[in-house]
Design a protein around this ligand. Structure first.
Ligand code: ARG
Length: 465
């Protein structure tokens, strides 16, 4: 196509270089905005009619034409010519073929700058809703798992050293709450993008009396953007969504890391279902947790998407620069990647075998040392002193090759006279858990209340818990 054949070709006499045509084109990826682009154009046509720039029959023909454009261009086998540049041009070009020169009236008072900002806001709204459904599904898997494992005890770690015993339900629900905040962050991004930009034109605002409130209502927005320069040049709402997705992926990656470790022969706490593991091409015995490793690995990719858009926008003077065309691929990639990761992670968790015996068996008696210190505190010993006393008990037991639970009352009393029979009873897993029924603790009663809260949240969201 020669430069002068293009929609903007009036000012040009020479042809666009072929490489430039390919380099400039975004149709290869922004075709994903086709549906929202057409939806925006239909409302825009009606605004033009209300402003007296289209007659009623003209508007009707454009609306019908746009429906046909959507049907044709969304066909799976439709091939776009890179010479059309982008989805906005592709729609207008085909519309004009269908309705004739009338198609050329649709773009009055509009620019691709306000058009693309609208499309991206509409895309974000739908993509966030879809990913929200997937987050809810994973939360439901975690609640069911927590329900099944209300009695399963595992060692809790800090610094990957055994710290204190915890309930597996408590562990599963810890991710539930993180996901709830992830969902909130995505909702915040959508909330701040909820302003309708059409009428901003290229940058200065349209010269035609378009009813922006009407367009906002018809397109389901809470209001209109208050500043045309800001409307066409910012993509902070996409950055916020990318940040929210990055944080979501960071959360998943940490649980992946735990489960990869927990599924090793040394731990044997969980075993992935065959459906979510793969084998080695060389070593016949291997069953590798690739599903979880990939989720962990793809976290880097989503961070990359965030950093790539942040970097593309850094120092970009106002208002629109073609740099902004680089905003779409990272956003599509991040939503696609996070969606798959949520589904894979949910299925891997839902189907994995939890080996309660191995978990409880792995709890080191030393993880009950805090119980002894707490016992002394209850008898009036200052905590710092109790800590030092029990530290010495642990050191002595370790030196003699004994577990904390092997110690006799005499052994304990040699360290502090306040120890009595009841101190020995503290050295029990269930007793330790039962003393942690404080709100938010790992005690069985506290976890029961937590489960109830989680189920209420899912029920309110209309997800089966
Ligand atoms: N394809 C462009 C983008 O994605 C649409 C906006 C083009 N605007 C312009 N002034 N060339 O950003």
């Amino acid at each position: 196509m020669s430069g002068s054949d293009k929609a903007w070709g009036g000012r040009f006499s020479g042809a666009t270089a072929e490489l430039m045509e390919r380099f400039n084109a975004s149709i290869g990826f922004d075709r994903r905005l086709l549906e929202v682009d057409v939806a925006g154009s239909k409302v825009y046509a009606r605004a033009l009619e209300r402003a007296g720039l289209l007659t009623a029959p003209e508007c009707a023909r454009i609306l019908e034409g746009l429906d046909r454009v959507l049907r044709e261009l969304s066909a799976a086998d439709h091939e776009f010519d890179p010479a059309v540049e982008d989805v906005h041009m592709a729609v207008e070009a085909r519309l004009t073929e269908i309705v004739g020169p009338l198609g050329g009236k649709l773009h009055a008072g509009r620019s691709r700058n306000d058009q693309v900002s609208l499309d991206e806001r509409l895309y974000l709204r739908a993509a966030a809703a879809a990913i929200g459904g997937r987050i809810r599904r994973l939360q439901a898997v975690l609640v069911a798992s927590a329900q099944d494992h209300r009695k399963t005890v595992l060692p809790g770690y800090t610094h990957l050293q055994q710290a204190q015993p915890i309930l597996f339900s408590h562990y599963a629900l810890s991710l539930f709450w993180a996901l709830d905040r992830d969902l909130g962050r995505l909702g915040d991004a959508v909330g701040r993008s909820d302003r309708m930009p059409l009428g901003s034109g290229a940058l200065a605002g349209s010269a035609f009396p378009l009813d922006r409130e009407f367009m906002a209502r018809e397109l389901g927005f809470a209001g209109v953007t208050p500043n045309s320069l800001d409307a066409v040049s910012d993509r902070d709402f996409l950055l916020e969504a990318l940040a929210a997705l990055s944080i979501l992926m960071m959360h998943l990656s940490r649980y992946c890391e735990d489960l990869v470790l927990f599924s090793s022969a040394e731990f044997g706490f969980v075993e992935l279902d065959d459906a979510w593991a793969t084998g080695s091409s060389m070593m016949p015995q291997k069953k590798n947790p690739d599903s979880l490793e990939l989720v962990r690995g793809k976290t880097g990719r989503v961070y990359g998407d965030l950093v790539s858009l942040l970097t593309a926008m850094k120092g970009l003077g106002l208002t629109y620069g073609k740099d902004l065309q680089e905003d779409k691929e990272p956003v599509f990639d991040a939503f696609d990647t996070a969606s798959d990761c949520l589904d894979v992670f949910a299925s891997a968790w839902e189907t994995m075998k939890v080996n309660a015996g191995r978990m409880a068996g792995a709890v080191d008696a030393g993880a009950l040392a805090t119980e002894l210190a707490d016992f002394l505190v209850e008898t009036g010993v200052p905590f710092r002193e109790a800590h030092r006393v029990v530290g010495a008990v642990v050191r002595e037991a370790a030196a003699g090759g004994h577990a904390l639970t092997d110690l006799t009352l005499a052994d304990l009393r040699a360290h502090h006279p306040a120890f009595d029979e009841q101190a020995l009873e503290r050295l029990d897993l269930r007793a330790s858990l039962a003393r942690r029924n404080i709100e938010g603790g790992t005690g069985p009663a506290a976890v029961e209340r937590q489960l109830l809260q989680a189920r209420e949240i899912l029920a309110e969201a209309g997800t089966e818990g």
